[in-house]
Design a binder for this molecule. Structure first.
Ligand code: F6P
Length: 323
């Protein structure tokens, strides 16, 4: 009897999810297994939306953003009854292990299945890069490049009008996208959920930029920062006469999630998918497949869930020196 496994995507979608699905399916089939795809994350698992995948199902998706399986936020899966129903559905099909591609919330659900004795493996996937257990997660590199392109474009028009701009990027609890895109884009200032901001200091930074002859000023704000786009705009509008400049703001939002994965995310996803299948074969369950120092890692989900990876203070220091 061939081994049977299933794969699902959960939580916010991320560029690279399809490449990871493709890798899990093709690597599993290469081992002579049957690989099932679960539609719409944990909701589909509960509803029994589970379909056998062939290698053709995952043809032509490597380069596509999003997830062909779909994803969903699922309140029912928060309940023990919902989780038991999900396990029953997999057992009825003879599925022996589950691969969950997703971020913090998704891996918490995955850990709950592990605690109920069901064999699971996680793949680190979120544009936030806020998962403990991996230096990098699927989707981050592509999302960063989307944010960077927006920064470069805004600087062009800001320079034409000697304007100050705010670009708000995603990242509720973790300011990784804001920090790294701000560093890469040469922002004059970056606001983060992790570090409180004094708007008056920000205003002085912008005034100094103009005094030093800069033709524009750009602030990158994380959506989860106290001073995100809305709060910053409110502050600067209130003080624009005194400060001598006005602000325009752009909120990048879900644009960062819809990108076609770049080379890095396609390669990382393919490696993660392979590692997840190998991990199942080795019966090393209840772990998150990630990467640390360019090496594929297997971190116990118990050490991952309920935590948010912080940002590197040395990078914050560098960004401040270079701004
Ligand atoms: O977790 C990834 C993420 O894109 C966050 O950066 C963002 O705050 C959140 O998902 C948005 O969630 P939703 O797509 O459910 O609005």
């Amino acid at each position: 009897m061939p081994k049977k496994i299933a794969v699902l995507t959960s939580g916010g979608d991320a560029p690279g999810m399809n490449a990871a699905i493709r890798s899990v399916v093709r690597c599993g089939i290469a081992k002579g297994w049957e690989v099932f795809g679960v539609k719409n994350g944990y909701q589909g698992l509960i509803n029994g939306q589970i379909e056998l995948m062939t290698t053709r199902h995952v043809g032509g998706i490597l380069q596509r953003g999003g997830t062909i399986l779909g994803s969903a936020r699922c309140a029912e899966f928060e309940t023990v009854e919902g989780r038991k129903k999900a396990i029953r559905n997999m057992n009825q099909l003879g599925i022996e292990a589950l691969v969950v591609i997703g971020g913090n919330g998704s891996q918490s659900g995955n850990f709950a299945l592990h605690q109920m004795g069901y064999p699971v493996v996680g793949i680190a996937s979120t544009i936030d890069n806020d998962l403990v257990g991996s230096d990098i997660t699927l989707g981050v590199d592509t999302a960063l490049n989307i944010a960077l392109e927006a920064i470069d474009r805004l600087k062009v028009t800001a320079s034409s009008h000697q304007r100050a701009f705010i670009l708000e990027v995603m990242g509720r609890k973790c300011g990784y996208i804001a920090l790294m895109s701000g560093l890469a884009g040469g922002a004059e200032a970056i606001t983060l959920p992790e570090i409180e901001t004094d708007p008056e200091e920000l205003a002085e930074t912008i005034q100094q930029a103009y005094e030093h002859g800069k033709s524009h000023a750009l602030i990158v704000a994380a959506e989860g920062a106290t001073y995100n786009a809305a709060k910053l705009t409110e502050y600067f509008d209130k003080h624009k006469e005194r400060l001598g400049f006005s602000m325009r703001s752009t909120i990048l939002g879900h644009v960062q999630r819809g990108g076609a994965p770049g080379a890095y995310d396609r390669i990382l996803a393919s490696q993660f998918g392979w590692a997840a299948v190998e991990t199942i074969e080795q019966k090393n369950y209840g772990v998150l497949v990630g990467q640390k120092g360019n090496v594929i890692t297997h971190t116990p989900l118990a050490d991952v869930v309920g935590k948010t990876k912080g940002i590197d203070p040395e990078v914050v220091r560098l960004a401040r020196i270079l701004d």
